[in-house]
Write a protein that binds this ligand. Structure first.
Ligand SMILES: [Zn+2]
Length: 172
């Protein structure tokens, strides 16, 4: 599956100097990467490009939001995103040198797909623990997960209902 928008940078036809491009990123870029736990991805990526003789310097400015599910309560969670990344493209024959921020392209290349990079920068910009702010989780779900089993155990004088046992496992 292909993303809805093209993120191809046709740098060969650009004059030396500074350029700026604005891209929209939506869920289709994530789906193209086989990632389905985010929907309603809505980000704007401004690419500041400086083209030099044998080098491209790209600054990505990413703002927007993605929607996923809360790790704590499982309800919809919108994450605001504001992040920046830098990428340097060098034109050279093959090189053993590797770096997250530098890539090498053959001098015969004329364009570069920026979609993969944008996807990675957005993923890196997201928090690893994705939960609602304190007190903002669905209270029904929290009660179900945290309080119900213990109360029920007390009331039933330690005669455990197998359903609560299953819940306890889930909680741990
Ligand atoms: Zn939550």
């Amino acid at each position: 599956m292909k993303p809805k928008h093209s993120y191809e940078l046709k740098f060969v036809s650009l004059a030396l100097g500074k350029h700026e491009f604005t891209h929209k990123v939506d869920s289709s870029l994530f789906e193209a990467q086989g990632v389905s736990d985010f929907d309603n991805v809505d980000c704007t990526v401004i690419v500041h490009l400086e083209k030099q003789e044998r080098l491209l310097n790209l600054d990505f400015e990413i703002d927007g939001h993605v929607k996923t599910l809360c790790d704590r309560c499982g309800e919809d969670l919108q994450i605001e995103l504001s992040t920046e990344s830098n990428l340097v493209v060098r034109f050279a024959e093959e090189s053993d040198f590797t770096d997250d921020e530098v890539i090498f392209l053959n001098e015969n290349e004329s364009s570069l797909d920026l979609g993969q990079f944008m996807y990675e920068y957005i993923m890196v910009g997201l928090p690893t623990r994705r939960v609602h702010d304190e007190g903002k989780c669905d209270p029904e779900v929290l009660r179900y997960l945290e309080e119900a089993p213990e109360e029920e155990i007390k009331e039933e004088d330690n005669e455990l209902d197998p359903r609560w046992e299953a819940l306890k496992k889930f909680k741990n």
